[in-house]
Design a protein around this ligand. Sequence first.
Ligand SMILES: [Zn+2]
Length: 252
Amino acid sequence: MPEGLEAEIYARSARKVIGRRVIAVEVDPLCGDGDQLGTLIGAEVTGVRRHGKHVLVDTNRGALGMHFGMTGRLVVDGAAAIEQLEYGARRDDPSWDRLIVRFDEGEMRVNDPRRFSRHRLDPVLDLGVDLLAPVGMIAAALDGVARRRGPVKGVLLDQRVIGGLGNLCVDEVLFHAGVDPATPMREVTDRDRLAKVIAETMPSMLAAGGSHTGDTGPGHREGDGRCALDGTPLVRSMVAGRATVACPMHQR
Ligand SMILES: [Zn+2]
């Protein structure tokens, strides 16, 4: 499932469309409003940004906001930025294209088997500090939610606290911070350490290829996955409504 790290990789791959002019937009009615996005025809792309899990393609007529849902991936000029997403389909079936933006040169499309991707003009995004922000900003964001009673995992998944963290990245962060995902946020006393782990782990996972690359990623989440630090069998549970993997030995 595309998280902020995948969106960052997509945004980087989309930069090549800067300077191009939009000549056609097709969108699946479930994934976007064709009339609204059609107003971009004739617009020139002026920039590409990422906010949390969203990629925004700026034009002189507004920004096309793309959110990739469970299984969407961005394909620019026929090349996928990430060849396969764990949990996602590995084929590039044209019938799964939910958004196609054709330019005077080349095209950009969102291939999305599950059809949960959403594409809007000038989306209003209510997001917290970015997952790739400096450690001090992340620490301040965690201080701001220090009294919450819910599990720390749910707080880290809250896009209004930290924009871009998804299920895999949150499990990985808590694994390396040594924090049980079900711990109430208000009982997480060493928030500075948690912030430091986020600030270190996100860039390293991005460099490794995305949210699936951690010690709690696919391959460790099922079967007889073991802790990379102490060899203890990893435990699966549901926390904050999401499938969760943690080490019962060193995450407390
Ligand atoms: Zn462990």
